[in-house]
Design a protein around this ligand. Structure first.
Ligand SMILES: [Zn+2]
Ligand SMILES: [Zn+2]
Length: 375
């Protein structure tokens, strides 16, 4: 495999350079999708575009078991050298390069494959909803395994080291509206003061208790009420609450707690309060077998001395929707230490591109490992 990788190396660097120079934001990855479809078609694959969104998937081999490999394909919109533009500062260009590399490597041994490998090019990871759109396409249901990958900054994994699982946290953003009644500041008994309702909510959020061994955070992050006339008691207010937990069951406890706080405030203040979830990222559900296969894949490609413990990170990743929505799926994400500085989402983010070749080797080992282990 090392020989084949050496042959592939210049090609992979070319692919990365193209993708890096052509970033597209979430749901608008049109040219990215076209480029990958064309490239894979020329290589003899039969890529399938998603029916309802950008992105694609491609199968190699046939029959069971079925092992998935997922890459995200979108870039961010940010200011780079004084100009606002799309920018691949989360490394999804590198992830795509590795997924394509794994396909090109697998093609050389396709006659030996005992099952199907499905490589998924998922749109809109940065929106947190691309994975949900791919689930709707119905191409996840028949998979036994699903592997993902993300580059890690140097403060999480030093250059040339790798981990077999990424424990992202869960986060949820709630938007609410308090609908009370305006009153003259001299006649507070004739209205409902939305600011007083807000104060009750903030106070009562502190009464939500969860397992103290699991890190959580629950904070009101916006509260707007009142206007230019300070002699009016404001009846209406808009607010947001940001909740975070390192485990999905604890996130559910927090969400139920918020509902209890809002319901009791409604009764206490005789007021209407509307609350809706506007963003929902689930925490990692790492499968131990998938993690074990990934560990073996890392050791085989990079040696035991470069295997690190799983990384726990407060950031979010929509990859974990797959395992939460399809609990039969054995999944994990590879963390790739590649000298990445100064950090993900930084407009000047850079990393050692040569590590992508090791990433291709690890991911290829992982899918082959999963095919052999599955009866
Ligand atoms: Zn990102
Ligand atoms: Zn990312």
């Amino acid at each position: 495999m090392k020989e084949a990788l050496d042959r592939l190396r210049p090609r992979l660097m070319e692919i990365f350079t193209y993708l890096h120079a052509h970033p597209e934001i979430s749901w608008k990855e049109v040219e990215t999708t076209n480029y990958i479809v064309d490239l894979l078609t020329r290589e003899g694959f039969s890529p399938q575009r998603f029916k309802n969104c950008t992105g694609l998937y491609v199968d190699i081999g046939k029959g069971n078991p079925k092992v998935g490999l997922r890459t995200d394909i979108d870039a961010l919109w940010q200011e780079v050298d004084g100009e606002f533009r799309a920018n691949h500062s989360c490394g999804h260009d590198g992830h795509m390069t590795m997924a394509i590399g794994a396909l090109l490597l697998l093609k050389e041994q396709s006659q030996l494959l005992k099952g199907t490998v499905r490589v998924i090019f998922q749109p809109a990871e940065e929106k947190g909803t691309g994975a949900l759109a791919v689930l709707e396409e119905g191409i996840i249901d028949d998979l036994d395994y699903l592997f993902g990958v993300h580059l890690r900054p140097v403060h999480e994994l030093e250059d040339g080291t790798y981990c077999a699982a990424l424990y992202h946290g869960a986060s949820r953003l709630l938007e609410g509206e308090i609908i009370g009644e305006d009153a003259h500041a001299a006649r507070p008994h004739l209205g409902v003061n939305a600011i007083e309702v807000g104060a009750t909510i903030i106070e009562d959020l502190r009464t939500i208790h969860t397992d103290p061994m699991v890190p959580v955070s629950i904070k009101m992050t916006k509260f707007q009420a009142g206007g230019a006339s300070g002699n009016i008691i404001p009846g209406k207010a808009a607010f947001t609450i940001d909740i975070r937990a390192q485990r999905n069951d604890v996130m559910e406890t927090l969400a139920l707690g918020v509902k209890r706080v809002i319901d009791s405030s409604k009764i206490l203040h005789k007021v209407q309060i509307e609350l809706r979830t506007v963003a929902n990222i689930v925490a990692a559900e790492v499968d131990t077998t998938a993690q074990y296969i990934m560990e073996q894949a890392i050791v085989k490609a990079a040696g035991l001395s470069n295997l690190r413990k799983p990384v726990h990170t407060p950031g979010g990743e929509d990859f974990h929707h797959y395992a939460v929505q399809r609990p039969h799926l054995k999944s994990t994400m590879l963390g790739l230490g590649c000298g990445l500085t100064p950090g993900l989402h930084h407009p000047k983010m850079k990393f050692k591109q040569a590590r992508l070749v090791t990433g291709v080797e690890i991911l290829t080992n992982a899918v082959l490992g999963a095919l052999e282990l599955e009866p």
